[in-house]
Design a protein around this ligand. Sequence first.
Ligand SMILES: Nc1ncnc2c1ncn2[C@@H]1O[C@H](COP(=O)(O)OP(=O)(O)O)[C@@H](O)[C@H]1O
Ligand code: SF4
Ligand SMILES: [Mg+2]
Length: 331
Amino acid sequence: MNEPLLEVENLTIQFRVKTKLLQGGQSTDKWKRVLNSISISINEGETFGIVGETGSGKTTLARALVGIHKPKNCTIKINGKKIDSRKRDDLLLLRRKIGIVFQDPVGSLNPRLTVSDIILEGLPTDKKLSNEEREGKVKEVAKYVELPESKLESYPPELSGGEKQRVSLARTIIGGKKILILDEPTSSLDVSIQAQILNLLIRLKKELSVGYIFITHDLNVIKYMCDRVAVLYYGEILEQNTAFELFEHPKHPYSEDLIGANFSLSGTNLSTTGHESGEPSKEGCVYKNSCPKRFVACDEDPPILNLGKGQVKCWLYDERYKSVSTKKNTI
Ligand SMILES: Nc1ncnc2c1ncn2[C@@H]1O[C@H](COP(=O)(O)OP(=O)(O)O)[C@@H](O)[C@H]1O
Ligand code: SF4
Ligand SMILES: [Mg+2]
């Protein structure tokens, strides 16, 4: 069997944040953990979705995967080769293989550069090409992303939202990357344009044999685009499964709440079951404060349990507590 395109094991990210103790008092540094022991793997030609609400750590994960944040004690492998993102050569390899398209094309495109120059930013710096070759490559990728040649000498402020996102994509694919991280690539676009970009992404994946990590808070987009999905909640993956299984038979109580539309990921509580969305728990299971099925074991942090092709981080699937999971409400 082929090695996965990308394997990530035990990725934890914490940020140092300043807090002021008392009014006028001295500020102290505290650590805020944003991602906790994330493990995922992506195969060639696969679209792996990461779904989670705002603040769950999606962008931080994307940034860590391209080496912007450098986690300690984490294993990242590309086609089986171990990467140490603190080593320059490894970091270069990581950046050559993995590209990112951000949610906000406005902020990620330099307004003073032409579209052509922006796309060329995506070529590896050690790639020595003549001006004609560079121009040829720009035209080739513009065609891939269906951006008219007439736009290549325009500046970003002259482009529509969809065109800007096509430029971002062209910049990401020009260097021959094998994994594209798409961080909410359509959420700033009108619905009709969203569909165009999603269909373009589906076509590009086939033509370029790349893998996608598709990050979004939109479950419909996940359903349309993804082969497998990880459900992220306050920095923890609570369930990983095929998109089909997740939508048809969600296992984790949080996934059940999402799929059953008890909560929407845009922050509105649509609960019809009478329980309220609460803050993440700092002790035991992170979903404990909101979970209608919590029981005595949930005061301890649950392990990640394998279930066929999927994984779930919930005590209800531990052999010892199987009988609890058959009862409806267990509080
Ligand atoms: N550089 C940083 N320093 C401190 N906290 C950060 C930093 N970057 C992100 N965060 C915090 O990490 C959490 C996750 O943020 P983010 O990854 O942007 O979430 P998402 O993309 O899912 O909305 C948020 O609480 C955010 O405030
Ligand atoms: S471990 Fe307990 S609190 Fe957490 S999701 Fe499972 S049942 Fe709910
Ligand atoms: Mg984000």
